[in-house]
Design a protein around this ligand. Structure first.
Ligand code: G6Q
Length: 551
């Protein structure tokens, strides 16, 4: 294999040919593409790990498809993926391996990286988590006063929060309904106050989830939680019964007062946004049980294997990643809407925002050169059908093209009777199919006029169409399909990062704001001066202080 050149994208032969291809395809309408090639609805599909992808409504031809596959080959996607799976330090700026895939390897896999028995260590933690989860679920673990735990609260932020919240919501149907789950992330005290409102401290367990155990928001919330417990239970030794930690920092965990026997570890090769299937998923495991958690890991692993071994032409994450590059760099689409037609996936778009945008929101290549093309798009979305009654207007008739990912399941988890009315689920699916079709094919002025619409209103009712979308379909939302779906996006993000030549695994962009917040605290609290701060910030801080003093 040629050595990977992060800066070589624009001289890659397939990239140059894609430019020519865009000159031809860019002006074509999906109506025209389908009329000339109805078979594309069966040809532009792929299946793997229980997921079915229809990308026939993307604005591509066979030639575009062929060139995108060549692009992946010429950018060394396969080889880079092998490097990731085998523990090469592909997170270059932090000099770290990127091994979230090892979190879901079967026990039989042998993987030693940098002198560590990775699979062995992963399984030791999983076993320890399972024992603990069982003790909470069975009521064997008691609080300080002997009551069983009825409330589990995860305290964490970013990668130590979004995965656990999303997974809990997504698998609520399978969760233990006798335990109430809450998630505290924001340093805004309201988040804490509302989460503990009405809860009995004697029945509450806090999981402090922080890889570093220094994150300002998490440690502030953890301190409030300790105060809340101690105010009620009046005994320092209660902390050991009401707090456990998920972290890589045993020293600080101990200093906080948590028994390190109740600390669940992970490693620096698990990035925050890739950590929900590590010990960060402890709340998830308590909710769905060790079996449910392992079923989810199996789903992740099946997609990992699909990504690793399936030819690129049929490879779901590679295809989704490449189509994303096409839409971003050739069609010029700045955002992607993720639209799950599944209420339980209501936090999935928020989770994907971090996964995709923190990973691929980068402006330099691995070698530090400024990119001369667009990288990660903005991801956003809401569950269907709610979005249809708000922002879909802009997707249909606005001036920006917004590619959409529609997600849905054949079997509903809740069959709700609706006598004398069509079935909820049939209606839900009719809506998702209607939306992707309307977006692709639209409605011409002639079609609108033929309905007797007055001439002056016709332009307002024209739907231009030609809005691209993917549709991802699975039989049923289970822990397994959830795992496969998350891995699908993880590897699609990876694919794009390889094409763009960027480091998808660092996040330097979030650091500066954190450092500045620390500097601003004394200005607000003590009124101290800081000549390094800008005039606007100092004015706002002064006004805040005045307001505080007026209370
Ligand atoms: C994710 C990021 C970030 C991180 C949080 C929490 O990839 O690294 O979102 O997860 O800043 O960090 P801690 O787990 O260290 O508290």
């Amino acid at each position: 294999m040629n050595e990977y050149n992060p800066d070589g994208l624009e001289s890659t032969p397939a990239w140059l040919l894609l430019k020519e291809n865009y000159a031809d395809v860019g002006g074509k309408h999906l109506r025209e593409l389908f009329a000339g090639d109805p078979d594309r609805a069966t040809r532009f599909t792929a299946e793997g790990a229980g997921l079915y992808l229809d990308y026939s409504k993307q604005r591509i031809t066979d030639e575009t498809f062929r060139l995108l596959i060549q692009l992946a080959e010429q950018r060394g996607l396969r080889e880079r993926a092998e490097e990731m799976f085998s523990g090469v330090h592909i997170n270059v700026t932090e000099d770290r391996a990127v091994l979230h895939t090892a979190l879901r390897d079967p026990r039989s896999v042998k993987l030693d990286v940098d002198g560590q028995d990775v699979t062995g260590d992963v399984n030791d933690v999983l076993d320890k988590m399972a024992q603990f989860a069982d003790r909470i679920r069975s009521g064997e673990w008691k609080g300080h006063t002997g009551k069983r735990i009825a409330n589990v609260i995860n305290i964490g932020i970013g990668g130590s929060d979004l995965g656990p919240v999303m997974a809990y919501e997504a698998m609520k149907f399978y969760s233990d309904r006798d335990i109430k789950f809450e998630f505290i992330s924001n340093v805004d005290g309201t988040d804490f106050a509302e989460a503990v409102l009405g809860l009995d401290p004697e029945e509450t367990l806090f999981i402090v989830s922080s890889k570093t155990f220094v994150t300002q928001e998490t440690m502030t919330n953890a301190n409030s939680a300790r105060t809340w417990i101690l105010d009620a239970l009046k005994d320092k030794s209660a902390v050991a019964k009401h707090f456990v930690a998920v972290s890589t920092n045993a020293e600080l965990v101990e200093k906080f007062g948590i028994d390190t026997a109740n600390m669940f570890g992970f490693w620096d090769w698990v990035g925050g946004r890739y950590s929900m299937d590590s010990a960060i998923g402890l709340s998830t495991m308590i909710a769905v049980g060790p079996d449910g958690f392992h079923e989810m890991l199996d789903g992740f692993h099946e997609m990992d294997e699909h990504f690793r071994t399936t030819p690129l032409e049929q490879n779901l994450p590679a295809l989704m990643g490449l189509l994303g590059v096409w839409n971003r760099d050739f069609l010029g689409c700045a955002t992607v809407a993720v639209l799950p037609y599944e209420q339980y996936l209501k936090r999935f778009p928020a989770y994907l925002q971090q996964l995709t945008m923190e990973s691929n929101g980068k402006h330099v290549t691995l070698s530090g050169k400024h990119v001369t093309y667009e990288t990660g798009p903005i991801y956003w979305g809401e569950p269907g059908t709610n979005g249809q009654h708000s922002f879909y207007q802009l997707i249909h008739q606005g001036t920006s093209i917004i590619p959409c990912d529609f997600l849905f399941f054949v079997e509903p988890l809740n069959k709700v009777p609706a006598l004398d009315a069509p079935d909820h689920h049939d209606l839900l699916i009719a809506n998702v199919l209607a939306q992707s079709s309307a977006l692709a094919f639209g409605k011409t002025a002639e079609e609108v006029a033929a309905e007797g619409v007055p001439a002056d209103v016709v332009p307002h009712k024209v739907m231009e169409g030609n809005r691209p979308s993917n549709t991802v379909m699975a039989q049923k939302l289970t822990p397994h399909t959830l795992g496969a779906m998350i891995a699908l996006y993880e590897h699609s993000v990876f694919t794009q990062g390889v094409v763009w030549g960027i480091d998808s695994f660092d996040q330097w962009g979030v650091e500066l704001g954190k450092i500045m917040a620390k500097k601003i605290v004394p200005v607000l609290v003590e009124g101290s001066d800081d000549a390094t701060l800008d005039a606007s910030t100092l004015m706002l801080a002064a006004r805040y202080r005045d307001g505080k003093n007026k209370k």
